[in-house]
Design a protein around this ligand. Sequence first.
Ligand code: PLP
Length: 396
Amino acid sequence: MKTGINHLFIPGPTNVPERVRQAMNVPMQDMRAPDFGDLTKPLFAGLKNILRTETGTVFMFPGSGTGAWEAAITNTLNPGDKVLMSRFGQFSHLWHEMAERLGLDVHVIDVEWGRGVPVEDYAAVLAADGAHAIKAVFATHNETATGVSSDIEGVRKALDFSGHPAMLFVDGVSAVGSIDFRMDDWGVDLIVTGSQKGLMLPAGLGVLGVSAKALEASKSARMRRAYFEFADMLKLNGDGYFPYTPPTQLFHGLRVSLKMILEEEGLDNVIARHARLAEGVRRGVAAWGLKICAQPGFESDTVTTIMVPEGVDAVKVIRTGYDAYNTSFGSGLARLAGKAFRIGHLGDLNEGMCLTALSVAGMALRDNGAMIDTGAGVAAASEYYREARAGAAAKM
Ligand code: PLP
């Protein structure tokens, strides 16, 4: 029998704060009531602040991040359009697969797993496309499988450098609300996220930020779409209504999570906390003498993918964590299966929780034959957290 709480260290769905859970415990309500917009309209405004956009339009589709990917593509592109993508982990592979399935002509750059969007290669491809055949450039901001973050601002610069008019699509599913993201400053045309990561909610909302340019493109885009039609949403969203039944419970939760992020902690502080917590986890892993998948300069502040030593099965490490210590870690995905496990450190968490993750991961690694000094991970991380706190206090 398992006792105590299950420690959830997967990179989504993330821990839902108790206040957010309680806020969702409300009776069903009339989604066509005259005052329904009082609940929903501030959510659009709050999400614009999270995405750091004044000029963009926010959509909330009942669905998940994958649905939002599809909405982004089908509303703004035409069958056969040429697009530029790169893949370097399970999620960038899946987005590429979707683009192909939807009939886009994809120029894909394969990148070694552990690295991110190849900005220089993008710049070269765009510079060579003098006829502007490429209609959109895709970038996965945070590859959740490998724990890799990419330079989205760099992609914008690559577009600007060659004066290329292609739209910039960004997968922000495991980045938005946790890692610095600036839709307007970085000229992002479509940003996609889901409710179950940095927004600290259950899955169920596919969120998009859409630039004026992308919205204009949606007026003539010929790709087939029905459920995910921007125009249907636009007709009703202005007054806070939806073309079909929206998940009102999630809206109540979102109201509270936006308040926590934007008004209580502050978005900059949320981002700084993620950076601090992630650094502690990385130091803990380094103290075990283990490697992470991300190469230097690409480390993610929301998820760390830990490579297990030769002869150790990462599947068993995860299983031990779950069965013996009531703790969930993310699995190694696709080619990382058995070779890696992931600690998700995004959303509602703190230093003590990260130390628990390191402590349990250390035990599960040792239990499965990794010759590491289990306590060294927690020691290194806790020392770092103490120093970081003292440093922050000194600045105040
Ligand atoms: N993109 C990234 C980077 C993800 O991490 C995920 C899910 O983990 C997705 C897309 C797919 O999102 P969803 O599972 O919400 O459909």
